[in-house]
Design a protein around this ligand. Structure first.
Ligand code: CO
Length: 510
């Protein structure tokens, strides 16, 4: 295997790059819905940056003043920043889910949350209430003419991409039955051989139980489900994300135990009933995308994975690059999520797994020990050998801390670049946007996927919460050199609570 330089840049790192009280302020609800041109811009918005950045995340951390137990239980709110001719427009709207409308009307919590939010009235008021509130808060994608807000345990909500108004639950032309799941981590295969080289969207659903059913969906550019297959795998599975290659879907079945009793009797949310089991291996489930080859399961060291950076096939091996935690902290009932003791938790770190499907073996190698999350690669490199990955990262090279920096890793040279928003800034997921090709010749070159040297030609977009200003800004970095001053900083008139995922489309929705 190629070796990675773990050597870090010699930077002067303050002992504390952040203040917990400052970080906590990013978890205040945003109640207003805005619609304005961003007029406070430092630097210059690139005129060739055309399109719309959509982001999703919990906008409310309370209902009628009653705090949620965990931000993952917060109602989804979409932010859209549309770029056109060097200008940018901001808009945000809550998704009008059934639960959001009911709770806002009642001004109190009416549903139990997966991560421990309970209705008022103690366990008696919560026992045997298994209704799920589809909070639509995890990802937002524009695909096949539809803007879809995703939450992994239920159906997508369709929104108007111009106004962000909620159109309603989308069942993908009847493919999804009412109440069925559709994960929040679709992968877009940039060039699917089965479809004559057209892009296709690949996503999955998980039906957990004593054995778990994983269903794969592949959608064409019209948002039609063109391939669908289901597979039962042994044991309970908590799977948030997956990775694809041209031939495979890859899932990490984290070693966890699920005891539903505290949920059933109204004491805990189901997410609080999941216990990490460090003495058991992680199972890697490899599902062929096409044909009838069997599902293959491989074992590797124990660990917990939320997000994969990418996967690819090379030299007869299957490679998967993933952010891994040594252990999953239990979500403790009645604990305040804002009182995180960062230094006591294990950081997420980037690892490369090399799967030998013939020998059924896995080798793993550490790529990056700096605390990191939210990996992102060039959209044309999804499922293919790639060179650059962008991640949210801690300011300091060692230890666990909030994400305050953007890290770029060159997988070929091992070189790193870091841009940091410390001490007052907290970053979200970095989104890489390729710079539009200058000429038709470049376009052809890039379409062939051979422009590896130019894989970082573009921008990295990230929302940064500035705890001193108590506002958020969108920072545009030159992906070729993160160490430079940002290309532009777009200051919003308000804050945006820490979000989850987002996506960029080259269509500008104003
Ligand atoms: Co995620």
């Amino acid at each position: 295997m190629q070796s990675f330089q773990l050597h870090e840049h010699a930077t002067s790192v303050p002992v504390n790059s952040y203040q917990l009280e400052e970080w906590q302020k990013g978890y205040e609800s945003l109640r207003e819905e805005f619609d304005y041109w961003i007029d406070q811009v430092e630097g210059e918005i690139p005129p060739d940056l055309e399109g719309t950045l959509f982001r999703n995340g919990p906008g409310l951390l309370d209902v009628g003043g009653q705090p949620l137990q965990h931000p993952f239980d917060g109602d989804g709110m979409i932010s859209a920043i549309a770029f056109s001719q060097g200008k940018a427009h901001f808009r945000n709207r809550f998704i009008r889910t059934e639960g959001f409308l009911a709770e806002q009307k009642a001004q109190k919590i009416l549903y139990r949350g997966v991560f421990g939010t309970q209705k008022p009235g103690g366990w008696l008021a919560n026992a045997f209430d298994f209704r799920l509130k589809n909070i639509a808060n995890t990802q937002v994608i524009y695909w096949g003419g539809k803007l879809l807000a995703l939450w992994e345990a239920a159906e997508p909500h369709r929104l108007d991409p111009h106004t962000l108004e909620t159109i309603g639950i989308d069942h993908l032309d009847g493919v999804l039955k009412p109440g069925s799941a559709f994960a929040a981590h679709p992968c877009i295969d940039p060039s699917c051989a089965e479809d004559g080289g057209a892009p296709c969207l690949v996503n999955f659903s998980i039906k957990p139980g004593l054995s778990t059913t994983i269903t794969i969906f592949e959608l064409d550019e019209q948002c039609k489900v063109i391939r669908q297959h289901a597979h039962a795998v042994p044991g309970f599975a908590f799977i948030h994300d997956f990775a694809i290659t041209p031939n495979y879907c890859i899932f990490f079945q984290n070693p966890v135990h699920f005891n539903p009793v505290p949920f059933v009797v109204g004491l805990r949310g189901p997410g609080e009933c999941i216990q990490f089991q460090g003495d058991r291996p992680t199972q890697i489930i490899v599902i062929p995308r096409h044909g009838s080859a069997p599902v293959q399961t491989l074992s590797t060291q124990s660990g917990f994975v939320f997000h994969h950076a990418n996967a690819f096939e090379q030299d007869g091996y299957l490679y998967v690059d993933s952010v891994c935690y040594g252990a999953l902290p239990s979500v403790e009932p009645n604990a305040d999520y804002r009182q995180v003791k960062f230094e006591e938790l294990e950081p997420g770190q980037l690892w490369r797994f090399r799967l030998d499907l013939k020998a059924n073996t896995v080798e793993r190698q550490s790529i990056e020990s700096r605390c990191c999350e939210f990996p992102f690669v060039h959209p044309n490199r999804v499922g293919r050998p790639y060179r650059y990955v962008y991640l949210g990262a801690a300011h300091a090279a060692e230890g666990n801390a909030p994400l305050q920096a953007i890290l770029k890793i060159d997988m070929v040279s091992g070189k790193r670049q870091v841009w940091s928003a410390a001490p007052h800034g907290y970053v979200g997921e970095p989104i890489f946007v390729p710079r539009p090709p200058a000429t038709a010749a470049t376009e052809q070159f890039e379409a062939n996927g051979k422009a590896l040297d130019d894989e970082d030609r573009g921008w990295v977009l990230t929302l940064v919460y500035d705890a001193k200003m108590e506002r958020s800004e969108l920072v545009i970095l030159d992906a070729k050199d993160l160490t430079k001053e940002p290309v532009a900083r777009l200051q919003l008139k308000h804050h945006i609570p820490y979000g989850l995922h987002g996506s960029f489309t080259s269509t500008c929705f104003l």
